[in-house]
Design a protein around this ligand. Structure first.
Ligand code: GDP
Ligand code: MG
Length: 175
């Protein structure tokens, strides 16, 4: 990665969603282009960064990962503080993780800034034979709630960069 001389913006992005949907892997795919097969569950709130150039601006994305706090209402308001963007992740093979998305969006609306840009992410799109959430259900929910939407695979890397770039561009467009 080229270290830029100057960073125009630092954007804090939070990643939320049920446990085991692939949040940590999405983050590691985006920031390190890695997928870790024997990853342990995350301990302690952490963030990772990646600096990208988009719309001719150098943007440092500071992406926060929940740390085994995925129980309902366990994520503290400090986690959301200053966040300009959010990814709400579910697993396309786990219907329950999609059913819980509404709660996560509620949490965001309660704790984050009103102007936060939210992207709904259906992860594990590589597991086509195990799909339990039709794309149309997610599209409908996203339209209803005014969220952006993408299906990704942290495993193959499919759409991960694209989703983050879209989120960062939308944040930039709003400031
Ligand atoms: P988190 O609890 O939401 O942070 O989930 P993790 O990132 O720890 O991933 C949970 C499990 O799902 C791990 O066994 C990962 O290897 C697996 N996983 C994550 N992303 C994908 C993906 O895109 N495809 C597949 N097939 N497995 C994934
Ligand atoms: Mg994790």
């Amino acid at each position: 990665e080229i270290v830029p001389e100057k960073i125009d913006y630092v954007f804090k992005v939070v990643v939320i969603g049920d446990s085991a949907v692939g949040k940590t892997q999405i983050l590691s795919r985006f920031t390190k282009n890695e997928f870790c097969f024997d990853s342990k569950s995350t301990i302690g709130v952490e963030f990772q960064t990646r600096t990208v150039t988009t719309k001719s601006k150098v943007v440092k994305a500071q992406i926060w990962d929940t740390a085994g706090q995925e129980r309902y209402r366990a994520v503290t308001s400090a986690y959301y503080r200053g966040a300009l963007g959010a990814m709400v992740v579910y697993d396309i093979t786990k219907r329950q993780s999609f059913d819980h998305v509404a709660r996560w969006v509620e949490e965001l609306r309660a704790h984050a800034d009103n102007s936060i840009v939210i992207m709904l992410i259906g992860n594990k799109a590589d597991l086509v034979d195990l799909r339990a959430v039709p794309t149309e259900d997610a599209v409908e929910f996203a339209e209803d709630q005014g969220l952006f939407f993408a299906e990704t695979s942290a495993l193959s890397g499919d759409n991960v960069d694209k989703a983050f770039f879209k989120l960062l561009e939308e944040i930039y467009g709003g400031i």
